[in-house]
Design a binder for this molecule. Structure first.
Ligand SMILES: *[C@@H]1O[C@H](CO)[C@@H](O)[C@H](O)[C@H]1NC(C)=O
Length: 255
């Protein structure tokens, strides 16, 4: 039985560079396959501040993290993206995970990050020999039913440190550190701690979550399987749906 139609959710995919078309296609498949059509979620490309402001959640795709950072800066999106990350659900894949971090261990000169996740990352962490590989991963500890997910890694980053805070000129929160008599304030991306969702053999961290922010170093939009996108919608996007007033008094059921 489907009795509610939520026509209020827009998921944006940052479309400055990289694999944004694939994400949108996988979301459409996930909606069909996960029987989520009654939520009326729309998926849009985001290239401008105006488009971003209409979104309830955002995906930052894989691509080239330096280019995404430069284009975001040039188009005046950087500040707006940082603000968005502090308030709404965001998922970064591969280059998107790098862009979402607080610190890039081997970043290019001038490469910026958004500070949406209190982590440090290493770009191209697997070396030239393993530019591209895929692996079946059992994600069922955090995503029900995803016990054989084909994760595709392309010049993938890894998370090399978690709970790395960002130096801030503003006084934020209670976290202060005294070094040489100077008080430096550190800003946390969220009240929530960073949780490691998945690590490969050898402990390489490839999926993390901090509250409503998700980062994966692999490309679920190239796996041939939309179930990871479905999980993101159910776990991060749909819980934020406002139930239209006319529906609040009705009994309603979702699958
Ligand atoms: C996946 O992990 C879960 C939880 O640890 C376990 O119960 C299940 O048997 C695993 N499935 C596969 C296919 O390895």
């Amino acid at each position: 039985m489907q009795s509610v139609y939520f026509d209020n959710m827009i998921v944006g995919v940052l479309a400055l560079q990289g694999a944004f078309v694939e994400h949108i296609r996988y979301f459409h498949d996930a909606v069909k396959e996960g029987k989520l059509t009654h939520y009326g979620i729309k998926f849009v490309e985001v290239k401008t501040v105006e488009q971003l402001r209409k979104c309830h959640a955002l995906v930052i795709p894989g691509g080239e993290s330096t280019s995404i950072s430069y284009i975001a800066e040039r188009t005046g999106l950087l500040g707006e993206l940082r603000d968005f990350c502090s308030r709404k659900p965001v998922w970064g894949t591969c280059a998107g995970l790098i862009f979402l971090s607080n610190q890039i261990e081997n970043g290019n000169p001038g490469q910026k990050c958004l500070g949406g996740l209190d982590i440090s990352v290493v770009r191209n962490a697997f070396g030239r020999q393993s530019d591209l590989f895929q692996q079946s991963c059992n994600f069922s500890l955090f995503a029900r039913g995803l016990s054989h997910f084909r994760a595709v890694f392309i010049r993938a980053p890894v998370v090399n440190e978690i709970n790395v805070l960002q130096p801030s000129r503003e006084v934020v929160g209670p976290a202060t550190l005294s070094a040489n008599g100077i008080t430096v304030n550190f800003a946390a991306a969220s009240e929530e701690p960073v949780k490691v969702l998945y690590a490969l053999k050898g402990g390489l961290v490839v999926a993390v979550r901090q509250g409503k922010t998700l980062g994966t170093s692999f490309h679920p939009e190239l796996s041939g399987d939309s179930s990871f996108h479905g999980w993101f919608l159910k776990e991060f996007v749909i819980p934020g749906a406002r139930i239209p007033a006319q529906c609040q008094s009705q009994t309603w059921q979702v699958e």
